[in-house]
Design a protein around this ligand. Structure first.
Ligand SMILES: N[C@@H](CCC(=O)N[C@@H](CS)C(=O)NCC(=O)O)C(=O)O
Length: 222
């Protein structure tokens, strides 16, 4: 087994970092964690000691360097096939929703930046139509996966999979901005929020003192 080192950003703000971190935890893989704080003067220089791009996450596996959350997830799945659902039809759906998450939901990302420790935030005017569409689509994905494939456990495809890692930051976003989630999607949101590893991440985020103003949106007037 390679020696793994995961380079991540601030736990409070770095949604992309959370994904491989959670996946490694759920796979039971031990790894060293190295944090490089976002928006600091030498962020680029520090990350580029490890990878050719100045973005986190980066996974080091012995001599191998893997960057981008989806590439990291796929690399891990080669060694831990349980990272994807076993059933080919379930796996195809899992890959589709992960790709959709990885390349889309721009309104959600810009109007509801991840800010794990914040609660009671509101999106101004409840956001635009694009944001509503993103929220509804995510709720539909969660409901469909749970309904079709959720029988063997509480995760999107029953057992924990890469799909849960990909959507974990969305759970924090919905929690921070008070998105109303009902039915299967609401139950799934609670499962993720109460998960022990998610709570570990959240506690670490709460201890961080760095503040990134561009992600501190949605405070209501006192
Ligand atoms: N598509 C990449 C996105 C990585 C990304 O944008 N990471 C952010 C932190 S959440 C970053 O490193 N930002 C630093 C910067 O843009 O300067 C992935 O899936 O890993």
């Amino acid at each position: 087994m390679p020696v793994f080192q995961l380079i991540i950003g601030n736990k409070n703000y770095s949604s992309w970092s959370l994904r491989p971190w959670l996946l490694l935890r759920k796979l039971g893989v031990s790894f060293e964690e190295t944090q490089v704080l976002l928006q600091t003067e030498d962020f680029q220089k520090q990350v580029m000691q490890y990878a050719p791009v100045a973005k986190v996450p980066v996974l080091l596996a012995d001599e191998l360097v893997i960057w981008d959350s989806l590439a990291i997830a796929e690399y891990l799945a080669e060694q831990f096939p349980q990272a994807w659902p076993r059933d080919p039809a379930a796996r195809a759906l899992a890959r589709s929703v992960c790709a959709e998450m990885h390349s889309g939901f721009m309104a959600l990302r810009s109007q509801m930046p991840m800010n794990c420790r914040a609660t009671g935030r509101e999106v101004q005017g409840q956001g635009d139509a694009a944001l509503q569409k993103d929220i509804e689509r995510i709720q539909a994905i969660w409901s469909e996966c749970r309904l079709r494939y959720g029988q063997s456990g509480p995760w999107l495809f029953g057992e924990f999979s890469i799909a849960d890692a990909m959507f974990a930051p969305v759970v924090f976003r919905f929690n921070t901005y008070g998105v109303n989630c009902q039915g299967l999607a609401g139950e799934y949101l609670q499962t993720v929020l109460h998960d022990a590893d998610i709570q570990t991440w959240l506690h670490a985020a709460q201890q961080e003192t760095a503040v990134i103003m561009s992600s501190e949106v949605g405070l209501t007037a006192q």
